[in-house]
Write a protein of this length. Structure first.
Length: 104
């Protein structure tokens, strides 16, 4: 049996479908599959939007891409907030030490 891109995609889709189906019957797997899908769907939307832009359908591609990026940003807000705070603290400390924005 030769492996092609279509067969690899089919195997991935079968695995995701099996995980979702098992998640309906086993509560622990339901939690895992729900968590995975909440991040996977925006990533898939970003990929579809990028593919649409590359294929020449820019309007559809940008709409899907923007929706996917916004969805993913909302899912990762728990991580982006503390990273922004750490960045601001480091930038403030560097300004106090005199190594802030250099003007030429």
């Amino acid at each position: 049996m030769r492996y092609t891109k279509e067969k690899n995609l089919a195997i991935i889709l079968i695995a995701i479908g099996a995980l979702l189906l098992l998640g309906k019957f086993i509560p622990f797997l339901g939690f895992i599959s729900g968590t995975i899908m909440s991040y996977l769907i925006p990533v898939i939307m970003i990929a579809i939007g990028y593919y649409g832009i590359k294929r020449g359908n820019a309007l559809f591609g940008y709409i899907i891409l923007i929706i996917g990026v916004l969805s993913l940003l909302s899912k990762l807000a728990w991580l982006l907030g503390p990273l922004l705070a750490i960045g601001l603290i480091i930038f403030g400390i560097s300004m106090l030490r005199g190594r802030g924005l250099k003007r030429y």
